[in-house]
Design a protein around this ligand. Structure first.
Ligand code: PGA
Length: 259
């Protein structure tokens, strides 16, 4: 089954509203809308930048999606500082990154937290927000050689209690921690090996038809120089791009590599 690639920019904690609007406008100016016949594109700015960035794309009638970088699973209530799914839905978010390694490492997110977020997102049937579930091993785990079982366990934990009809809305991003922001990209073979293993886990969990339709992205120092070989791998259906998504030129170049 042919999967439509997804190129998603993770802006992390960068760009004030005015900077984000400028970057979105630069992306829009360089974008050819027929690219979206062949692939999906999203940018994931900070919460405060979501609505302004979406407004830029809407004004230009460009169907580049916006996504959040995190969410809380409860719909409302006394959770100071948190953001809910209905809040994201109303401003038109189409994606939400869940379980990014920076959230796991710096903010103590556990596999259980990730699972609650995934379940809350896929349970929302109206105005769906697709989770982009991040998994990936540290350098220590890679060096020990246990990375496939480590990632397998992360995928199983993230999707516990989720059925195939819900899982098919989700995207999985393999992001080896040793490749994030380090300039040390996984080789296409390394990335393909783990993305194929993720699809095998998804096949066990949800059946072949569902797993063949789900997108598995690679993330970790993807840039305009290495994107084409990574994206050519059979089990890599796009990229989650950090640093190289912060400049319109490099982000647009990566998108072109995915066409
Ligand atoms: P990077 O970040 O492209 O800057 O390595 C990727 C990510 O963390 O999603």
């Amino acid at each position: 089954m042919a999967r439509k690639p997804l190129i998603a920019g993770n802006w992390k904690m960068n760009n004030t509203v005015s900077e984000a609007v400028v970057l979105a406008q630069e992306i829009s100016n360089g974008f050819e809308s027929d690219w979206l016949d062949h692939l999906d594109v999203a940018v994931c700015p900070s919460y405060v930048d979501l609505k302004p960035v979406r407004t830029v794309f809407e004004f230009d009638k460009l169907k580049v999606a916006v996504g959040a970088q995190n969410v809380f699973w409860e719909p409302s209530g006394a959770y100071t500082g948190e953001i809910s799914i209905p809040m994201l839905r109303e401003i038109g978010c189409a994606y939400c990154i869940v379980g990014h390694s920076e959230r796991r490492e710096l903010f103590g997110e556990t596999n259980e937290d990730v699972n609650r977020k995934v379940r809350a997102l896929v349970a929302e049937r109206i105005g769906e927000i697709h989770p982009i579930v991040c998994v990936g091993e540290s350098l220590a785990v890679r060096d020990e050689g246990a990375y496939l079982s480590y990632v397998d366990a992360q995928v199983r934990a993230a999707f516990a209690g989720v059925d195939a009809s819900e899982a098919k809305e989700a995207v999985v991003a393999y992001e080896p921690i040793w490749a994030i922001g380090t300039g040390r990209t996984a080789t296409p073979e390394q990335a393909q090996e783990v993305c194929a293993a993720i699809r095998a886990t998804l096949t066990e969990l949800f059946g072949a038809e569902c797993a063949e339709g789900m997108r598995v992205l690679y993330g970790g120092s993807m840039n305009e120089g290495n994107a084409s070989l990574l994206l050519a791998q059979p089990d890599i259906d796009g990229g989650l791009i950090g640093g190289a998504s912060l400049k319109a030129k490099s982000f647009l170049s990566i998108i072109k590599e995915a066409l």
